[in-house]
Design a protein around this ligand. Structure first.
Ligand code: 7RM
Length: 635
């Protein structure tokens, strides 16, 4: 079992070791896993190139560390408890042995379709166990999975499939989300029309609705699995072979396909999972994230299963059939650790205490949050009403790029402070730098959050574009990984994450690039240009504010155009990216060199009407007054 630290002095001791002798520290941990062939060198790195390699020449398969390694002790233990969207439908418990058999069968299915090591398999599925089976089967045969969150539109799905060059798409007929049914196969069909690379689509039956099955391309999951056999020897992978690609938004351009590799990701997700949540044998652990995001990859699937945990997977949404659903699940399955996003906490908090009052919640030991800064109100509500004042809250800061949790309390060990992610995890060396790149030493400082030294879970590249990887993360402050976040280190040395300092926004825990939304809006034939900024939103964390310049008004006037803009965004990205506010303006505040002064637009979106700082470079200062007036009407 992956070692667990259990005291504050233990943390201090291990942390010291992890930064004074990182290679010794991580190789000791790596040795608790099963390697076909032991690595010959622990780490090789260069943040200038950048090049990062962990556990060099090690040979392994991550699924052997999930299944074969646990078969002796845990064969009959639940690996997954699956709670369906509809509480009246039966839940499923899948043991390690059963999950293993399914993964081996699906591995054979993929092999029979000609999938080879290194091939990409795109996955667009609802939150059902077959999604986990698919990803682990990919890992078992050495195919690289690329999971696309099932809330993305066909356009976004198609772009991601093409960028990865996936030759198989695994999808489902439909999916349930609260009272809604999502036409997943129909969206997949639209996406596949533009993707020549997809040879076969495997379709799971979930909703049983009528769908088109294209002869020669589309195959039913159940037909393929009916004849598949459940013996399969895992492919031997190199530590640095890619495990998966996951797309995430940046401040510019198309979403980036971050590449995570096998050995380092395995060691890092398992070790962080066990220690941050203080997971112990017999605990039921529930992470509410969708597997389409990194939190689902690392802390619903890989971290927990590598630790031999029981991970609870929920198909539905927190507010259906009512706002007590999470707490019903906690009571029904006796959840010990619960991990969710601040936006979910805020939305449930807004629905009132009546949804919490009748629930016991006495199985809970640890609460976690991730995805965005948690405000003090939400922290206290979570702490008092869900944790009943007895469960530590772990506010975990990390990113798609980091693979795993970076700055965090260890539950019950590191004293917490509301809205603080507290202290770095083992092996993590955060630094705060000013805009000129000078490192700010000591406590009580604030600036750009960077990382000075590699950790095993860091992404290795952007799929097909290493130069972009370098420019995005390693160019702003040479020799350091730049997170894109601002942070403060307070008088106790505790870290508080202040949010993004670039044009990435965080809406209901979904990470979006403002440029992506602008591109979608600009596709509208009547729009000449647009600027999107985030603004504080009581539930979503950040709301989306779009300033739009139109060529002319069509029939339907302003309302008509706003509605069709919302539709355009839904079609291009997905409905979760729809602007909360659209302001039609006659122009945008620009500098003489043509750059949009986003700083001003952000302040206006926040409700500010004066004090815009230095505006001397503005081409047309009058436009600012016009926008302020228009903004007041929108309130
Ligand atoms: C895990 C995840 C990453 C961005 C990151 C931050 C923000 C994440 C916290 C947080 C404050 C936190 N990956 N973020 N966790 N901000 N406190 N505990 O969310 O790639 O989707 O987003 O999310 O801005 O850079 S992500």
């Amino acid at each position: 079992m992956v070692p667990k630290i259990s005291t504050l002095s233990g943390y201090i001791f291990e942390y010291q070791k992890s930064v004074t002798n990182p290679t010794g520290f991580w190789s000791n941990l790596a040795d608790t896993f099963y390697w076909r062939k032991k690595y010959t060198q622990t780490l090789e790195w260069n943040f200038e190139k950048p090049e990062i390699k962990w556990f060099i020449n090690g040979k392994l398969n991550i699924t052997e560390n999930i299944f074969e390694r646990h078969m002796f002790h845990r064969a009959e233990q639940a690996a997954i408890i699956w709670e369906p969207n509809n509480p009246e439908e039966a839940y499923r418990t899948i043991t390690y042995k059963e999950l293993f058999a399914e993964v081996k069968r699906f591995s054979n299915v993929l092999l029979s379709l000609g999938v080879k090591k290194g091939d990409r398999v795109a996955i667009y599925m609802p939150m059902v166990p077959e999604l986990v089976i698919t990803m682990l089967a990919c890992a078992r045969i050495g195919a690289i999975h690329s999971i696309i969150f099932a809330g993305f539109s066909s356009q976004s799905l198609g772009e991601r499939i093409m960028d990865a060059g996936a030759k198989i798409l695994v999808t489902s007929d439909g999916g349930y989300r609260g009272a809604k049914t999502i036409p997943i196969k129909q969206i997949s069909d639209e996406a596949m029309e533009s993707c020549k690379c997809v040879e076969k689509a495997i379709v799971l039956k979930r909703t049983g609705e009528n769908i088109n099955m294209k002869p020669g391309r589309d195959l039913w999951w159940h037909d393929l699995m009916a004849t598949a056999n459940d013996t399969h020897k895992a492919e031997e992978m190199d530590s640095e072979d890619p495990l998966f690609i996951l797309y995430t938004s940046g401040s510019t351009g198309k979403p980036k396909g971050l590449v995570h590799t096998t050995g380092g990701y395995m060691v890092y997700t398992a070790y962080t999972f066990r220690n941050v949540f203080q997971y112990g044998d017999g605990d039921i652990y529930f992470c509410s994230a969708d597997i389409g995001w990194i939190t689902g990859h690392s802390y619903l699937v890989y971290g927990p299963l590598l630790c031999g945990a029981t991970t609870l997977m929920f198909e539905g949404i927190p507010t259906w059939p009512d706002a007590g659903r999470f707490w019903d699940i906690v009571d029904k399955h006796q959840v010990a650790q619960f991990y969710t996003a601040p936006t979910a906490i805020r939305s449930l908090m807004a629905m009132g205490l009546e949804w919490v009052k009748q629930k016991k919640l006495d199985s809970l030991k640890v609460l976690g949050t991730v995805g965005e800064p948690i405000n003090e109100d939400a922290w206290h509500w979570y702490h008092d009403h869900i944790g009943k004042d007895r469960c530590p809250i772990v506010d975990t800061w990390w990113q798609t790029e980091t693979g795993g949790i970076m700055i965090t309390p260890l539950a019950g060990i590191i004293p917490t402070k509301p809205s603080y992610a507290t202290l770095p995890f083992m092996g993590i060396q955060p630094v705060i730098v000013n805009p000129e790149g000078k490192e700010l030493m000591g406590n009580s400082v604030e600036g750009n959050l960077c990382l000075d030294f590699p950790w095993p879970g860091i992404a290795r590249t952007i799929w097909g574009d290493h130069e972009r990887f370098k420019q995005n993360y390693f160019a702003a402050f040479p020799g350091k990984y730049f997170t894109g976040d601002g942070a403060k280190r307070d008088e106790d040395g505790y870290y508080r994450i202040l949010g993004r300092v670039d044009d990435v926004i965080n809406v209901s825990g979904h990470r979006l690039g403002t440029a992506e939304i602008e591109n979608a809006i600009d596709e509208h034939p009547l729009v000449s240009e647009s600027a999107v900024v985030g603004y504080p939103h009581p539930i979503k964390g950040q709301g989306i504010y779009a300033y739009v310049v139109c060529k002319q008004f069509s029939t339907g006037g302003e309302e008509g155009i706003k509605n069709s803009i919302l539709m355009a965004v839904t079609n291009f990205i997905g409905s979760f990216a729809k602007p909360d506010k659209i302001q039609i303006v006659s122009g945008l505040p620009k500098t003489r060199s043509g750059k949009i002064m986003r700083r001003i637009l952000r302040k206006i979106a926040e409700g500010q009407t004066t004090d815009f700082g230095d505006t001397t470079t503005l081409l047309d200062p009058e436009i600012v007054n016009e926008i302020i007036k228009g903004a007041e009407k929108l309130k």
